[in-house]
Design a protein around this ligand. Structure first.
Ligand code: FES
Length: 194
């Protein structure tokens, strides 16, 4: 991405395919971090700056991050909800490089299936509602274990929840909220949020 005024050739505004208006433009290469317009021509950024002229198409991106995309080389976020949060920060490529590469076709197939799910499972929704997860590393195990518990004990006591979840480590230490989330999911699955 090139900063405003860096183009060697003066272009006619009609050359711009699209102008993105009013986004927070972040360019790690140049250090740019500002509210600006971005003109795109073909597959390249043609101009960046405030108050650019019209393009053949326009998009109001006020409140959004406009960036070439950040690559997170060490991300434990591997859920749709977590990936959505990362996109809000401009992360377009989240990689878990700690233990190698997952089977890529299988990973995409799983994400596609999750994305097509009509609604979140009550346990997933409760985890979000209670803000029970921070980094999300323990997310999958917590969800599976809590779902298993609720299938066997629809209205578990706190002691039952603690016993069932014992052994699932949350390095962020969100255990109180996880317990609240399981209780919330229990109420939701019973048909009423108590
Ligand atoms: S939310 Fe980070 S490990 Fe549980």
């Amino acid at each position: 991405m090139r900063a405003a005024g860096a183009c060697e050739t003066v272009r006619q505004v009609s050359d711009w395919d699209i102008v993105l208006r009013g986004g927070r433009v972040i360019d790690p290469e140049s250090g740019l971090d500002a509210i600006a317009d971005v003109a795109i021509e073909g597959d390249r950024v043609a101009e960046i700056g405030p108050g650019l002229g019209p393009g053949r198409a326009e998009a109001d991106v006020t409140g959004l991050v406009v960036t070439a995309g950040f690559i997170d080389l060490h991300s434990h976020v591997n859920t749709i909800a977590g990936l959505r949060l990362q996109v809000l920060d401009g992360v377009t490529t989240a990689l878990e490089m700690e233990v190698g590469v997952q089977p890529v076709p299988a990973w995409y197939a799983a994400q596609k299936k999750l994305a097509q799910a009509p609604a979140l499972h009550p346990v997933q929704q409760a985890m979000l509602d209670e803000q029970a997860l921070q980094c999300g590393y323990c997310y999958n195990g917590m969800i599976v274990k809590a779902s298993e518990l609720l299938s066997k004990a629809p209205d578990p006591s706190e002691a039952q929840i603690r016993a069932a979840m014992n052994g699932h480590i949350c390095r962020c230490g969100t255990y109180p909220r996880i317990i609240q989330a399981v209780q919330r999911a229990s109420r939701a699955m019973a048909g009423a949020v108590r």
